[in-house]
Design a protein around this ligand. Sequence first.
Ligand code: GAP
Length: 490
Amino acid sequence: MANQQKNTLSGEELFKRVISHAKEYGYVFPSSEIYEGLGAIYDYGQNGVELKKNIKEYWWKSMVQLHENIVGLDSAIFMHPKIWQASGHVDSFSDPLIDNKDSKKRYRADVLIEDKILQYERKGKTDKATQLQLQMEACLANNDLPGLKTLIEENEIADETGSKNWTDVRQFNLMFSTQMGSVAENAGEVYLRPETAQGIFVNFLNVQKTSRQKIPFGIAQIGKAFRNEIVARQFIFRMREFEQMEMQFFVRPGDELQWYEYWKEKRLRWHLSLGIAPEKYKFHDHAKLAHYANAALDIEYEFPFGFKEVEGVHSRTDFDLKRHQEFSGKKLQYFDPELNQNYIPFVVETSIGADRMFLLILCNAYTEETLEDNSVRVVMKIPPVLAPIKVAILPLMKKDGLAEKARAIFEDLKYSHMCQYDEKDAIGKRYRRQDAIGTPYCITIDHQTLEDETVTLRYRDSMEQVRIHTSQLKAIMAEELNMDNLLRKI
Ligand code: GAP
């Protein structure tokens, strides 16, 4: 039996290892690395791009393919600038920032305070931690920027250089902007969308009419979003360019809280269907609601740096559609044939970051095991349906026709699955390489294969090896790598 070390690592150490492993095995690279990188922007490598694609496919299937009343959309990143005035992003999509006068470093005031709360908790000062949390929440709710500064000073919060010489706290808008058309044409400022949801709202009637959907129905979208985050840290947890998977569900006014409960439970089941332990998740109800919401919660996962939001479920009322109707001057009403009545629908939204889900999968998967011979194996226990490479095909040696036989198996399986052929190094080393990538199955071809058409199938997590006939391979893979089996649990 292998002894798992994952849980004996401190959160900080585990996270460090996940980050360096992600780079070493082609999951995530810092963007523009040869130019010293670009803050909070990352590139996905050969394995990362596969994992991310699989996460998005799993989401899309569960939301669009499995719901007759949810359809997809792919709206543009650039939208009319008035959209962001209507949505409230121009006026209030901001974070409280504070600068350190000595180090010239910029911080998010609430994040500095959150770090202090964590420090209090670690030292067992739970009363102080709770008090500071409540004080901070009150300041944020009331937009009390001087209050936040007072909390920073009273709690003697220093920056990473040790300096406590702070400026006042200011609001900083998170939207990136650029110019549309040439400057000579004096064209206007446009924004890079900070959420994909608005593309759904402004297309609500286009989609409803052309798809002939009746309320309740949803529109789903996967796409890039951009936020000029002040505190961009924790690897891909908080990025400046990221991807969202959002769904807006349009319902009758008055029905929204019932649908909110429905989506809250359904989305949690989506997470759990991937085999992630339920105790790693919790709901966090928003104590203070945004002005447009009448209920909101985060689905939190226990990352190595604590329980943090991975997904939001929000009951957004009719705020967005109403505002777009007002700002555009176009009616955004739905005619309900059952009620024989026009109204602006209410909206329940589910919004999950594809990159954050990716990080969740990496953190959840990273495992170090001490084997019987005392060697340590690093294995990524990624749910097989999401794994970048599904099957590795390994001839025991190149000679005696083993390589040719292995190639033939590879050529046959590659139509159904992402396969990798590898003939370099000793077999044990090749198994370790696939474990580190997270490949659920290795198929080894040896001399016996030439005689009786059997191969060794090795399972990643248990390292169990079974001898099977090559004619069984496709059926085993089709069964075990089929997303349908998991989707049926949601
Ligand atoms: N339309 C609602 C909305 O955008 P949000 O809570 O701001 O709500 C939804 O974002 C999700 O998007 C978050 O739960 C998170 O997974 C992801 N997300 C938000 N900001 C992010 C960032 N800077 N980097 C990576 N993911 C982010």
